[in-house]
Design a protein around this ligand. Structure first.
Ligand code: FAD
Length: 544
């Protein structure tokens, strides 16, 4: 009998996986797709929509699934009983599976209070309204900002450059535009050539650039930055921070992302895979999502005895950076079957703008929409080819909030985490049952436990996680810590300046922060103790 693969999701990773399984599965797998929305959204052109230069398309998911050899069921994955191989839906039904692939994407959430968050198609009208305000002379300074954690920063560069082009066309040259990013260089992910090309382009368009700064809030005309500084602005447009949807019974990070191995397998759960934006790989991009889906599909097909050697996920950013050294040239859009639409316009920065690079998905969608890629992009003026193999450690570094010690704190001898942390945290094992851990937490009158495997910190379990599990009616002596913990927790070292740790806790909304020494758990920092220590030693007001 064929292996029943249930794919939760109907986006880029889900479709790419379904197509790969059809190709590689040798008829040994059957695929069912489960998604709450009946449409597949094709979002890359969302940045061009407010300027009237492109349109976000959507396709009927049931039709796409059928063309990919899969069935489609409407519904949302709410929980997983990995032991019983059952997927639970939000409507309360259970779907049996042999293999589950979780590809539920991520949810954009505002990251800079006070800013206009650009999440995609939903915000087209708000950006349009901002352009009208600028044209009407009501807004003179606009900052486009990348919050920490948003590693795929390209859309904000495109928005800033398209705004500059839009204003130049209307000869509104007094409007001041700025771009603020935690990256060391603009579009750092694209490598040196890409960064230099974009820096030149920003200079040409007179967009002021501030790198190495994380915008954290916009209040009363001031954009506050971490580690320090402010910028005056009338409006701020920010990228969102992404969050994974919560799915009971799966280990997820504090942001809701699922850690997987290089073949897409969810740690410690058999026959559960994940791919795309919902995984803890920090680059949330369609091409990367498709590469993850391919790696997972190969492993699933190999486990079903298909004749192949599964290759691990090797993230490569591939495409062309279009710098458009001439002001206008042709663009083709996917039109959903109605043929080509060409238009002369300032061009999106990234090629292929109307295609997400996916081994199976790109030709499949192209054929579905009846569109071929325009060859002129390859010889576009100023085009910079990008083929960067992404180093996992480096991109994880890009995703975290950088907190250089405040000069004040250092000058005063620098209170550190060691001054405020407790040194006897409760440490439990991933295989412990929730009942055992709840008892130990109650006995110690503590709200959280650190989870270690072979001495290495892999998770944290808080009383909130226990509540979530028990509300889901799990059995205390059957449910395991690994299914309900927060995986890959954010941690600090004992030498971290206390001010930096408090900023981190405030930004994330943490009450507890694990302390590690070379990945080994050594302590726990509570927010109250940390804040007291920070105020006492530095005299810095931290706003709470
Ligand atoms: C404005 C914008 C521009 C972008 N531009 C580009 C670009 O130019 N190039 C590029 O490569 N990438 C781009 N991206 C990123 C790209 O769209 C994503 O990285 C990619 O879609 C991720 O694929 P995914 O399958 O993980 O998630 P998605 O494509 O978001 O799909 C998630 C799917 O899961 C479904 N789902 C959600 N919750 C559940 C649940 N509980 N159970 C079952 N299903 C669920 C959703 O309905 C959806 O079908 C852009 C994104 C945005 C927002």
């Amino acid at each position: 009998m064929a292996t029943r693969v249930l794919i939760a999701g109907g986006g880029v990773a889900a479709l790419e996986a379904a197509l790969a399984l059809r190709d590689l599965g040798e008829g040994r797998v059957s695929v069912e797709m489960l998604a709450p929305e009946p449409q597949f959204w094709y979002r890359p052109l969302a940045v061009a929509e407010p300027f009237g230069l492109g349109e976000v398309r959507h396709f009927d998911l049931a039709e796409l699934a059928a063309a990919a050899g899969a069935t489609f069921s409407p519904g949302a994955l709410a929980g997983v009983d990995a032991g019983g191989r059952l997927a639970q839906t939000s409507a309360g039904s259970s779907i049996p599976y042999d293999v589950l692939l979780v590809a539920c994407g991520a949810v954009p959430t505002p990251a800079v209070p006070g800013a206009l968050t650009f999440r995609g198609p939903a915000d087209t009208e708000r950006v349009r309204a901002l352009l009208e305000e600028i044209v009407a002379g009501q807004v003179g300074r606009v900052a486009f900002v990348v919050p920490w954690g948003a590693v795929w920063s390209l859309p904000i560069y495109e928005l800033a450059l398209m705004t500059a082009a839009y204003l130049a066309e209307r000869e509104l040259d007094r409007v001041e535009l700025a771009l603020v990013t935690p990256e060391d260089e603009p579009l750092q992910l694209f490598g040196r050539a890409g960064s230099e090309a974009v820096r030149e382009l920003l200079e040409e368009q007179r967009i002021a650039v501030q790198t190495g700064s994380s915008p954290v809030e916009f209040v009363d005309g001031e954009l506050r930055l971490v580690p320090e500084g402010t910028i005056a602005a009338d409006r701020v447009v920010a990228l969102p921070r992404l969050r994974g949807p919560r799915i009971d019974g799966l280990p997820q990070t504090v942001e809701g992302f699922i850690p997987v191995d290089p073949h897409g397998q969810v740690h410690a759960l058999s026959d559960v895979f994940a791919a795309g934006d919902i995984t803890s790989f920090p680059v949330k991009q369609g091409g990367i999502a498709a590469q993850q889906a391919d790696a997972a599909a190969e492993m699933i097909a190999a486990n079903a005895d298909a004749d192949l050697t599964p290759q691990p996920f090797r993230p490569v950013l591939r495409g062309l950076l279009l710098t458009g050294r001439q002001p206008r040239y042709l663009r083709h859009d996917i039109t959903g079957g109605a043929g080509d639409v060409s238009s002369a316009s300032p061009e999106p920065l990234w090629w292929p703008p109307a295609k997400i690079v996916g081994r199976y998905l790109a030709p499949f969608l192209g054929a579905f929409a009846g569109v071929e890629g325009p060859p002129e992009a390859l010889s576009a003026p100023g085009a910079v080819p990008v083929e960067v193999e992404l180093d996992a450690a480096r991109v994880h570094g890009l995703a975290t909030l950088r907190l250089e010690p405040a000069p004040d704190a250092e000058g005063k001898g620098g209170a550190t985490v060691a001054d405020a942390m407790s040194t006897d945290p409760l440490v439990v094992a991933p295989e412990d049952t929730l009942g055992e851990v709840a008892e130990r937490m109650r006995a110690g009158d503590i709200g959280s436990a650190l989870v270690a495997d072979s001495g290495r910190l892999i998770g944290i379990l808080t009383s909130r996680d226990l509540l979530r599990a028990f509300a889901g009616r799990v059995h205390p002596s059957e449910a395991r810590v690994r299914e309900w913990m927060t995986a890959e927790p954010v941690a600090v070292s004992a030498a971290t300046p206390i001010v930096a740790a408090v900023t981190l806790m405030t930004e994330y909304g943490f009450h507890h922060l694990p302390v590690v020494d070379d990945e080994r758990p050594t302590g726990m920092l509570g927010l109250r103790q940390a804040a007291r220590q920070a105020r006492g030693r530095t005299g810095i007001g931290l706003g709470f």
